[in-house]
Design a protein around this ligand. Structure first.
Ligand SMILES: NC(=O)c1ccc[n+]([C@@H]2O[C@H](COP(=O)([O-])OP(=O)(O)OC[C@H]3O[C@@H](n4cnc5c(N)ncnc54)[C@H](O)[C@@H]3O)[C@@H](O)[C@H]2O)c1
Length: 346
């Protein structure tokens, strides 16, 4: 480390489940952060531990971990219903928080966190919509902001994969208010669409739980109206085999099969269109449905969204930058998927 290198953050982790463990692997590879402690009341500590957890201090109660007093930041990867309570405890302890999405399960639950962040300039909270840190997303946003696509008119997003039945052995994932693919998965697409296209001002949804028979949705179709007049569709399913979806199109999470050539987000404007995250740009010199469309592939380098999110969080924790995704921003995505969920009968 040289005197010019940015400081490393000392991090704790709340929730050492499926995604908490994945976070621990991302931190182990990071040159910006070290994981030093982990809190989880039900984690089976006597089972074989992944290497990156072997030397960590372990706590059954996250408040004991926070009482150490030497953490710069904490990653909250507990079940979604606990995010706000855990984030507030971290802020009370004076540490920065990277809280997984969804930031909360509804507006009422989120409000104390929003109030706290609004009232306390020292409260640093980043919400884990990691896709925004992907360079393909930054490139697409720049393309749109520069007006290269003209006015955005139509967008289509898809996320479809077949989760294993055993995924639903974990109780909170199969019931309201925190479970189901709307809050766990499609909220990522909604966040990305808001980030790239603009705020969503109208939404109609058809939502089904027919395939899995759970009280939460397994398949959904949303029709979206954006503030700028664009119209979009978002379809998703956690019980359909497909190569289409952010997880398959990128290698953000290497546990998914990789299908880099398949589109998962198409954005069409009055002058051109783009496929994200592969960044294939389509355009015409003069818009005409009878003229050839030029195809220009612009793959982006350094597409490691979680490493970038972690580096950003280290900067947030050090007070060097403001969070890219704040709780009130994340709440807007939550409200879209919550409204969609209401269209599921029962
Ligand atoms: N960003 C992403 O792409 C992504 C992907 C998957 C999951 N997630 C989010 O991560 C969160 C966790 O999901 P998961 O699938 O890993 O869940 P999980 O059930 O596998 O893990 C949750 C862990 O939290 C622990 N826990 C429960 N109560 C706790 C408490 N009071 N204090 C500390 N730990 C506690 C549980 O014992 C469990 O080990 C969810 O909010 C989910 O939406 C985000």
């Amino acid at each position: 480390m040289t005197p010019h290198d940015p400081p490393r953050s000392r991090l704790g982790l709340i929730g050492a489940g499926t995604f908490g463990l994945r976070h621990s692997r991302f931190v182990a590879k990071s040159d910006r952060a070290d994981l030093v402690a982990v809190a989880d009341p039900t984690f089976a500590w006597d089972r074989p531990l992944p290497d990156e957890l072997l030397d960590l201090a372990r706590y059954p109660d996250h408040r004991e971990m926070l009482a150490r007093g030497d953490l710069d930041g904490v990653i909250v990867a507990s079940p979604s219903e606990l995010h706000v309570a855990h984030a507030l405890d971290c802020l009370d302890a004076g540490v920065a928080v990277l809280v997984e999405k969804p930031v909360a399960v509804d507006r009422d639950q989120a409000q104390p966190l929003l109030d706290r962040v609004a009232a306390d300039p020292g409260a640093r909270v980043l919400v884990g919509h990691h896709r925004r840190h992907h360079p393909g997303v930054a490139a697409a946003r720049a393309l749109i902001e520069e007006g290269r696509l003209g006015e955005i008119r139509a967008v289509a997003a898809v996320w479809a994969t077949h989760k294993n039945d055993s995924y639903f052995d974990v109780e909170w994932r199969r019931r309201r208010p925190g479970g189901g693919m709307l809050l766990i998965n499609l909220i990522h697409e909604v966040d990305l669409l808001r980030h790239l296209v603009g705020e969503i001002v109208g939404m109609e949804a058809i939502v089904s739980n027919k395939a899995r028979g759970l009280e939460v949705a397994d398949t959904a179709g949303l029709v979206l109206r954006f503030e700028n007049g664009a119209v979009g569709t978002l379809v998703g399913s956690d019980c359909a085999v497909s190569p289409w979806g952010w997880d398959q199109a990128t290698q953000d999470d290497p546990t998914f099969p990789h299908h880099p050539g398949q589109p998962c987000l198409l954005i069409a404007g009055s002058r051109g269109s783009v496929s994200v995250p592969d960044m294939t740009v389509f355009s015409q010199s003069e818009p005409s449905w009878l003229e050839p469309v030029t195809e220009d592939r612009r793959p982006v380098a350094g597409a490691d969204a979680f490493a970038r999110q972690l580096a950003h969080f280290a900067d947030v924790a050090a007070g060097r930058v403001r969070p890219l995704v704040t709780p009130d921003d994340a709440l807007r995505s939550l409200e879209v998927v919550r409204s969609a969920g209401l269209s599921l009968a029962g």
